[in-house]
Design a protein around this ligand. Structure first.
Ligand code: 13P
Length: 301
């Protein structure tokens, strides 16, 4: 089926009460593993690239053309999305490379400025048929990644329901990331999610809601989040952690024999696939039954 937008891929998720998994890719091997998990499960999935990863490459044209080709070969709907876009320019850059959706992260900006910049991006993206996610409140984390004990949740940055409603109405975004107890990267202790806050926001807005910092949330946490209104869940750290653990274990010399690179890559890909499929199951992701052909099907460039 190939490339669809965020709006299309989440179009049945509120009514049917499920979430679609959104997985960050770091390289072609990871992309291949994530996409084949979707293919094997026969379910839609959001493939994301973190904005900061753009700086690590210079071959954007070839790199993203390859990702687009891989997506075109899949038989399930796939959304290609920029994750944590830092600016208008970075979102436009992703659109230029064929992303069907962008996330703009203005969550550290004052409310009015977050609205102003998000609106600008929505206007440009929608003119190109591209969907936009933005964040209200702030999901912290990664900055404390070096702390082996994980990150502390900052309750003062949780999304205020009234502001979340205003943000959705004023910006015209297609999905909204909210802060209600998750962090990016590792958690300090077991995450305690504020389901009451989530349920309140769900009642006040009619667009899909997004959970960032999915890695480390227990299964019942995901189920409660979905039943209270979450429609997209972002996962990154868990794929890397599971792949690293399995590769390290496999790399231990055993009876004088060492595994080679191809075996290690295969082990990493299998680990990524397992994490993706397990999460899709827990999120209750369902195949899309779009009533009309999505606007994004077919050739775009
Ligand atoms: P984790 O790395 O904690 O899974 O968070 C991923 C994420 O939210 C990316 O936007």
């Amino acid at each position: 089926m190939g490339l669809v937008t965020l709006k299309e891929i989440l179009s049945e998720s509120i009514e049917k009460k499920y979430a679609v998994g959104a997985f960050d890719t770091m390289n072609p091997l990871m992309t291949e593993a994530i996409l084949s998990a979707a293919e094997e499960a026969g379910k839609p999935l959001i493939l994301m690239q973190i904005d900061a990863m753009f700086d690590l490459r210079s071959d954007h044209d070839v790199y993203f053309k390859n990702i687009r080709n891989m997506i075109d070969r899949t038989t399930v709907p796939i959304c290609l999305m920029l994750d944590h876009g830092a600016s208008y320019e970075h979102c436009i850059r992703a659109i230029h490379y064929g992303f069907s959706s962008v996330m703009f992260d203005g969550s550290m900006l004052p409310f009015e400025e977050n609205v102003r910049q998000t609106k600008q991006i929505v206007r440009a993206a929608h003119a190109c048929g591209v969907s936009v996610e933005a964040e209200i409140g702030h999901v912290g984390g990664l900055e404390a990644e070096s702390d082996p004990n994980g990150s502390e949740v900052d309750e003062s940055a949780y999304s205020e329901p009234a502001l979340a409603q205003q943000f959705a109405e004023q910006t015209g975004i297609d999905a909204m990331a909210i802060a209600f107890g998750t962090v990016h990267g590792k958690y300090r202790g077991v995450p305690k999610l504020d389901y009451q806050r989530l349920a309140t926001i769900r009642k006040m807005v009619d667009i899909p809601l997004v959970m960032h910092g999915g890695s480390g949330v227990p299964e019942d946490g995901f189920r409660n989040a979905v039943s209270n209104g979450i429609n997209k869940i972002n996962i990154c750290t868990q794929m890397i952690q599971t792949a690293s653990e399995r590769m390290l274990r496999a790399a231990e010399p055993c009876e004088g024999r060492r595994v080679g690179f191809p075996e290690l890559y295969a082990i990493a890909q299998e680990a990524v696939k397992d994490v993706v499929k397990t999460h899709m199951d827990v999120f209750g992701t369902q195949p899309l039954t779009l009533k009309q052909a999505p606007a994004y099907f077919g050739e775009r460039r």
